[in-house]
Design a protein around this ligand. Structure first.
Ligand SMILES: NC(=O)c1ccc[n+]([C@@H]2O[C@H](COP(=O)([O-])OP(=O)(O)OC[C@H]3O[C@@H](n4cnc5c(N)ncnc54)[C@H](OP(=O)(O)O)[C@@H]3O)[C@@H](O)[C@H]2O)c1
Length: 228
């Protein structure tokens, strides 16, 4: 009998994070999921069988506290999904210092800070550390000038992930920078291409496909490699 797999999903109140939890539960995983506000986590709570923890990823003290609270746990998958779109106006002259700081902190700095805190709890050899990147994070593919700051924040996430990977030393781990497709969520909007279920099914398939392979890969939910 195969052992039950364990996942920690960061940012699971709604959208893709919630969808990832649903897909993993359907596949028989044991899931711990974080939300910023447990009072607004009805959809997650309704799934049952999920351990829900409170976490604002931007709060360094909260990240340390959660890592201590979960220190006995070992995860087959840590998926850092949480992210924000940033200001409505994304021209360099149209956004404030505070807005840009918030966007880059949440999308690029906080995920790596969290990964650094939890990396020792990812299962050696077969564990997967996944970040929710975006095809927009590719610096070789020009696109979406109206989302220029968001695009740059995901490129920064990819770059921060590359730096993080060089510091892993002997620890064998598979690191994925994943593009979920353009998905119908609060962020993606009604006009997006995909429903959440299709995207998260594909994302979990990639996690399974890359398990044990090692290295750092930038791929979409269909498994297609994206140029950095
Ligand atoms: N939808 C798309 O088409 C698309 C495409 C490419 C990449 N992505 C990426 O996929 C991820 C999920 O996006 P989505 O479409 O599901 O967006 P969403 O519906 O807006 O959900 C964003 C999630 O991130 C959480 N979050 C935001 N800031 C956080 C923080 N500081 N700490 C903890 N949680 C935080 C939110 O929690 P609250 O409920 O508390 O706000 C929410 O659960 C993001 O990283 C996004 O950039 C999305």
């Amino acid at each position: 009998m195969s052992k039950v797999k364990t996942a920690l999903i960061i940012g699971a109140s709604r959208g893709l994070g919630l969808g990832l939890v649903k897909t993993l539960l359907a596949d028989g995983w044991q899931v711990t999921a974080t939300v910023r506000n447990p009072q607004k986590a009805d959809a997650l709570q309704a799934l049952g069988k999920v351990r829900i923890e409170k976490l604002d990823m931007d709060d360094q003290q909260a990240v340390i506290a959660l890592s201590q609270q979960l220190k006995g746990d070992v995860f087959d998958l840590l998926f850092v999904n949480a992210g924000v779109k940033g200001p409505d106006v994304q021209t360099p002259g149209g956004a404030t210092l505070a807005e840009v700081g918030q966007l880059f902190f949440t999308n690029a700095v906080a995920p790596i800070n969290l990964a650094q805190r939890f990396v020792g709890q990812i299962r050696p050899e077969t564990g997967v550390l996944a970040f929710m990147s975006s095809v927009l994070g590719s610096v070789t593919m020009p696109d979406a000038p109206e989302l220029a700051l968001y695009k740059a924040s995901k490129a920064a996430l990819n770059s921060m992930t590359n730096s993080f990977v060089t510091q892993l030393g002997e620890q064998k781990l598979t690191v994925l920078s994943l593009h979920p497709g353009w998905v119908k969520t609060d962020m993606g909007g009604e006009g997006a291409d995909l429903d959440v279920e299709t995207s998260t099914r594909g994302l979990v398939d990639q996690v399974n496909a890359y398990t044990g392979k090692g290295g750092h890969h930038f791929v979409n939910y269909k498994g297609e490699t994206i140029p950095w």
